[in-house]
Design a protein around this ligand. Structure first.
Ligand code: ZN
Ligand code: ZN
Length: 372
């Protein structure tokens, strides 16, 4: 199964002509999952190889505008481009994000008189008080004063509390993936997401099956599914004998804005990530200012990658002062994105973690893993 990650926006605070606001897409077999949706994400999507209509799930890391303001517009445009089918009702778009997201969308869509040709549901993560400074806590009064009636296309969503034991949130588990969220510290409650592909059974050793006298047919499927089979001559063939080693699942972790991790959950959930996407808003020389604004520097991102033993660290969410690689001119030392890469690499010395700095429209393939 093919899997890749495409950055649609890698800038912080606002979209600019050279860096869009935060948005990235994880694509698996044509299904697109969107992580964050800053203003202008829909035009970035149009410029990319991806199709907005393939987005089936949306994950919002936190409610700052540079991660969220593009969402109502994107949903409306997707709806405009839908051709309703008389036989198949449109499927529901699942949207995950922090508490408050449901109201934001409801109000934005309702006040603008926006109707969608598909249903959507917002599943909210309940933050804890230690995820942001006290003055940024969502005001309970404000929340309760907002309408409780659903938008016409809104389906009731889940409210997902922190699983205290695992120190994480389990968003979905199906036959292919387990998706979890974990807590981060920022000026507003922020979350990271982990997409863990399930381990898949290894290939059948067809030569061995032939030698054993097992003919191709449904019996192959049963063995692959872990069932033992009895041949006509009474001989029992077990999956262990004929299956090659299982193929480990891939793990992609995408962290929202943060200056620190909260609790044990983040490192536990991100352990061994194939790709860890972490913000690096400012260079190490501006660490104090970065932290004051709830952000990280390359060496802070590197420390997370090192601690969870990630294979690849991808930096994004750069201050707009850092021009993309393609616009780089020699001598602009302070604003050089390669300097950010160097800082992360220096902090990762002695490890095999590979560092990438993301630019808009960078696609990173995530190849199938080899058995252990
Ligand atoms: Zn941001
Ligand atoms: Zn933010």
């Amino acid at each position: 199964m093919s899997m890749d990650l495409t950055f649609l926006g890698t800038g912080s605070a606002y979209p600019s002509p050279h860096r869009g606001a935060s948005a990235l897409v994880l694509r698996t077999e044509g299904d697109c999952w969107l992580f964050d949706c800053g203003e202008g994400t829909q035009t970035q999507l149009m410029k990319s190889q991806l199709k907005a209509s393939r987005i089936t799930k949306v994950f919002i890391t936190h409610l700052h505008g540079d991660h969220l303001f593009g969402l109502p517009g994107l949903l409306c445009t997707v709806s405009l481009n839908i051709t309703p089918s008389p036989t198949q009702p449109p499927s529901c778009v699942d949207i995950y994000g922090p508490q408050g997201l449901r109201h934001f969308l409801r109000v934005a869509l309702s006040l603008s008189g926006s109707q969608l040709l598909f249903p959507y549901a917002v599943h909210e993560l309940e933050p804890t008080a230690d995820q942001c400074p006290p003055e940024s806590q969502l005001d309970a009064m404000l929340e309760s004063s907002i309408s409780e009636s659903l938008h016409p296309q809104e389906r009731p969503g889940r409210t997902i509390p922190l699983d205290v034991e695992g120190d994480c949130y389990t968003l979905l588990e199906d036959e292919r993936f387990v998706v979890r969220a974990f807590r981060l510290f920022h000026r507003l409650p922020s979350f990271g997401y982990s997409v863990q592909e399930r381990e898949r059974p290894g290939r059948l050793n067809t030569q061995l099956l032939q030698d054993l006298g097992v003919k191709p047919g449904p019996v192959y499927g049963r063995l692959k599914n872990g069932e033992s089979v009895t041949l006509e001559n009474g001989q029992v063939v077990t999956p262990l004998e004929v299956l090659e080693e299982a193929i480990p699942g891939r793990k992609v972790c995408i962290l929202g804005d943060c200056s620190a991790l909260v609790g044990e959950g983040p490192l536990r959930v991100c352990r061994g990530a194939d790709i860890l996407v972490h913000e690096a808003t400012l260079g190490d020389g501006h660490r104090e200012r970065a932290v004051e604004h709830g952000h990280s520097t390359p060496s802070m991102a590197a420390a997370v990658a090192r601690a969870c033993r990630a294979r690849k660290l991808v930096l994004y969410h750069f201050s707009q002062r850092y021009k993309p690689l393609s616009m780089r001119t020699e001598g602009e030392e302070d604003d050089d994105v390669l300097e950010l890469k160097r800082q992360a690499e220096e902090a990762l010395e002695g490890t095999s973690v590979e560092v990438t700095v993301a630019d808009d429209f960078l696609t990173i393939p995530i190849p199938i893993k080899r058995p252990h």
